[in-house]
Write a protein that binds this ligand. Structure first.
Ligand code: 5CA
Ligand code: ZN
Length: 412
């Protein structure tokens, strides 16, 4: 599938110490600790998989917040001199998408195409760097079938009424991504697309790998009958095909830790006999509105495209999101946008001055804060302090402009 255009990323000069002096550390859900993420030193290749949208009701501010967090990961790695191999999927066939198409009478493919294009346009406007490979579930069906075949070959798949399930008992490490107890898993599984009460399953938590053809739904041929792929096996198959096992970061919002990333890791580990699936599982917090998580099912969405249509500068949207730590849950209110607009104006005025305080200390501060589990709010404050102070360095304004562009994605 087509990705979206990349904005230019300026190369920053080393300021005293090389950028690689601040290696990125990220909070890993799998261990509950902040750990080094990506290759050591400089000049390696970092590998990242970020779960993409299910294309309907794109792009709300919760989505934007999550993709922005991983855009920072991408930018910090590049600044440290690494190449980044970044893969993202689009869940262009799944229950909620088909349900929405049924409700509105639209063809599911037309709905997916339109929403994916809207997502691309929003990502471009927000200057979120594109994945190198942007891959749909539909185009990956042969790959997914191959993966289910591998699981069947390892006795890690069974049928219930034509549907194919993955027995979680097949993975001795099941539970190591989310670190939840079975009691904690049960309600989340039911809430997030699972079917704990399906009669005939060996374990209520067993996950659907292949859903047998249902009337009026799209279906593809497979050795285990006509049907369509389950959700977790989609990301599992796409990630290991394009990145291999033990890639550096698997990312998404915190609602994906369980069951999605947990199941995906188990599928991958059992199918390949290798572990881990990813070295770190990194999760962004949830953005809410009026006391509830922003979600398609609740319908309390603020869309990036609507804000853009109303004339909001995408850089102000980006700054409003960056003002919160990526792991925190927070509420969107119109004041946040007004604050970000004022900040953007201050930064732009400071960057267009003839001179300012030297850029090296602010570059150091921004690099060290971002390397520390993406502390963007602290990085913004460092730029605020530079913008508020006077100085005589005539090269500083253009250097700070390059800094906010390269590391924060903010074009001044
Ligand atoms: N297609 C699957 C992943 S394979 C999916 O979850 N799609 S989604 O469209 O529902 O969500 C896309 C990404 O946005 C996921 O990482 C999800 O965790 C994140 N997300 C959804 N709602 C919010 C929210 N309110 N705040 C922050 N992130 C959110
Ligand atoms: Zn996914």
């Amino acid at each position: 599938m087509r990705s979206w255009p990349a904005s230019e990323v300026p190369h920053l000069p080393d300021a005293g110490l090389p950028a690689a002096a601040w290696p990125l550390r990220l909070h890993d859900t799998g261990t509950g600790t902040a750990r080094p993420a990506g290759p050591a030193g400089s000049g390696g290749t970092a590998r990242m998989y970020v779960c993409g949208i299910t294309p309907y009701d794109a792009t709300h501010l919760g989505h934007a917040n999550t993709y922005l967090a991983f855009d920072l990961v991408n930018r910090v790695w590049r600044d440290a001199g690494h190449r980044v191999h970044y893969v993202q999927n689009a869940t262009d066939v799944d229950d909620p998408l088909l349900e929405r198409a049924r409700e509105t009478g639209e063809d599911w493919r037309a709905l997916a195409d339109r929403e994916i294009q809207l997502f691309r346009d929003d990502m471009t406007a927000l200057r979120i760097l594109p994945p190198d490979r942007y891959i749909g579930a539909v185009e990956s069906i042969p790959l997914i079938i191959e993966m289910i075949e591998k699981l069947r070959g390892r006795n890690a798949a069974y049928e219930v009424g034509g549907d194919v399930y993955f027995p979680v008992a097949a993975d001795p490490d099941f539970g190591q991504v989310s670190r939840l107890t079975r009691e904690e898993m049960a309600p989340l599984f039911a809430e997030r697309g699972g079917d704990p009460d399906r009669a005939g399953k060996r374990d209520p938590l067993d996950a659907l790998l292949w859903s047998a053809r249902r009337p009026g739904e799209p279906a593809w041929d497979s050795p285990f009958g006509e049907g369509r792929p389950g959700w977790h096996v989609e990301c599992s198959a796409i990630s290991i095909e394009h990145l291999g096992m033990a890639f550096d970061v698997e990312g998404g919002g915190s609602d994906l830790a369980f069951p999605h990333h947990e199941m995906g890791a188990s599928h991958a580990q059992v199918a390949t006999g290798e572990r881990p699936h990813a070295r770190a599982y990194v999760h962004a917090g949830m953005v809410g509105l009026d006391g509830e998580k922003m979600s398609k099912s609740r319908g309390n969405l603020v869309f990036v495209s609507k804000l853009r249509e109303a004339g909001t500068d995408p850089m102000a949207i980006r700054l409003a999101l960056l003002a919160h730590h990526y792991r925190s849950d927070w509420e969107w209110t119109p004041d946040r946008l007004a604050e970000a607009e004022a900040r953007l104006e201050r930064w732009r005025a400071a960057a267009s001055r003839a001179s300012g305080p030297p850029a090296a200390p602010v570059a150091e501060a921004v690099r060290s804060h971002l390397a520390d589990d993406l502390d963007a709010p602290a990085a913004l404050k460092a730029v605020d302090a530079w913008a508020a102070a006077d100085g005589t360095d005539a090269t500083a304004p253009s250097q700070v402009k390059a800094l906010t562009d390269a590391l924060l994605g903010i074009a001044l």
